[in-house]
Design a protein around this ligand. Structure first.
Ligand SMILES: [Zn+2]
Length: 249
């Protein structure tokens, strides 16, 4: 009996030592890092204890409309969500497409209208070659997997390079995107979910939606990761071109 009592603490110590060594080995062999801040993440989760709750706590904005098409976003373009989108788009953080895409799915209503195909906003071939990937297509791929809806990344083609929209005014954005997209591969009558990373004025998504409609497709709804915070209401600065107004009910 005395022998057993003397062995038990030693066994527990050995077990603790083994668990610590296994965790250390795990970090060396297959390190797990937070997909956002790159700190060590001690579980199989994608985000650490700081970033996970920060992303989860971002409130879903109210749905809006673009030419009577419902627009859903997983949050306003600010804080950890905006940082994650920028990292995905400009810093090669393609692994963020998974948690961001999963969050986008939460923004969709439970009773979603029938959708045949998910279509991402395309990049021009030159920019795609520079960046190496289309962030909207990566987000759309995550959604397609989660929703079990086919992804059609070739439904739209960006037929001419455009200036980055972020540096243009409202009217310049419309001019910049005129005839920028052409439908390449769409079955007439298809009901489509159009996906992009960010919606600001909606001019890019409107241009895509118009091209798809001209090819016989129907954009049932639009889903973006983030939505630019709306400017404060000011009648004197109301857009003169109603086509660039993002309506929020
Ligand atoms: Zn983190």
């Amino acid at each position: 009996m005395a022998e057993v009592q003397s062995v038990a603490p030693l066994t527990n110590n050995r077990r603790r030592l083994f668990v610590a060594a296994a965790a250390f080995a795990q970090r060396l062999i297959a390190p797990s890092y937070c997909q956002h801040c790159h700190d060590y993440c001690p579980s199989s989760r994608l985000l650490c204890d700081r970033c996970g709750p920060a992303l989860d706590s971002v409130p879903l904005p109210a749905p809006s409309e673009l030419d009577a098409i419902p627009v859903y976003s997983s949050g306003l373009h600010q804080g950890v969500l905006a940082q994650s989108v920028r990292a995905l788009k400009y810093s090669g953080a393609t692994h963020l497409a998974q948690p961001l895409g999963q969050r986008m799915r939460m923004a969709l209503p439970a009773a979603l209208a029938r959708i045949d195909v998910i279509v991402p906003v395309p990049l021009h071939a030159v920019r795609l070659a520079e960046r190496g990937y289309n962030q909207s297509a990566l987000l759309a791929r995550t959604l397609a997997k989660d929703l079990r809806i086919p992804l059609l990344a070739t439904a739209l083609r960006r037929q001419r390079a455009t200036l980055p929209q972020a540096h243009l005014g409202r009217e310049q954005r419309c001019d910049n995107l005129r005839q920028a997209f052409a439908p390449a591969d769409i079955t007439p009558g298809s009901r489509l979910l159009l996906v992009d990373d960010v919606i600001t004025t909606g001019s890019t998504l409107r241009s895509c939606s118009d091209a798809l409609r001209q090819a016989g497709g129907q954009v049932v709804c639009i889903l973006t990761t983030t939505q630019a915070p709306l400017p404060p209401a000011d009648a004197s600065r109301a857009p003169t071109d109603a086509s660039v107004a993002l309506a929020v009910p």
